[in-house]
Design a protein around this ligand. Structure first.
Ligand code: FMN
Length: 159
């Protein structure tokens, strides 16, 4: 079984909604075991248990929320042990051009420093799904596509 963690921080529910759509899409792919948890439920040692680690954040001042950064900084205790796992990120902002892509890239940069493998997308949201406020039909479709992409890749590599 390919083990996938989707973890997120959300105050208002927008990022949570994205996470649930990604979770449900990933679960539709055979041979996956998907866990979806708020970031405060994830212990740094849990990161070792998964083949893929997907992180969602609201955009706070153009980057990730502090709660996400804390787990990333704490993960230094497992530096080099996450190498070869699949990574990915998604984000929700208040405004178009509000920093979704910079927030996603900040998470992806940390995952790359861990040696993780990040899939991009040639169509739609290239770096990871983004939503402006509550996910609309476009954002929901991007989340579904992303969930399936991550799940299929994880099964291919680890299933
Ligand atoms: C502290 C703080 C900083 C924010 N900074 C930005 C920002 O830089 N750009 C933006 O578009 N939205 C910003 N927002 C709005 C949130 O990113 C947006 O409302 C998001 O959808 C919230 O996600 P959530 O419902 O999962 O909490 C900010 C909100 C807060 C509370």
């Amino acid at each position: 079984m390919a083990k996938i963690l989707i973890t997120y921080y959300s105050r208002g529910g927008n990022t949570r909604e994205m996470a649930k759509i990604i979770e449900s899409a990933a679960r539709q792919v055979a041979q996956t075991e998907v866990t979806c948890q708020e970031i405060d439920q994830v212990k740094v040692d849990d990161l070792l248990l998964y083949d893929a680690i997907i992180i969602g954040t609201p955009v706070y001042y153009g980057t990730m929320a502090a709660e996400i950064k804390k787990l990333i900084d704490d993960s230094v205790c497992h530096h080099s042990k996450l190498a070869g796992k699949i990574g990915g990120a998604f984000a929700s902002s208040g405004n178009v051009g509000g920093g979704n892509e910079t927030a996603i890239m900040d998470i992806i940069k940390a995952q790359l420093i861990h040696g993780m493998i990040i899939p991009g997308s040639a169509q739609g949201d290239h770096y990871g799904p983004v939503s402006i406020g509550k996910p609309d039909d476009r954002a929901m479709a991007q989340c579904q596509k992303f969930g399936k992409l991550i799940a299929k890749l994880t099964v291919k590599m680890f299933g």
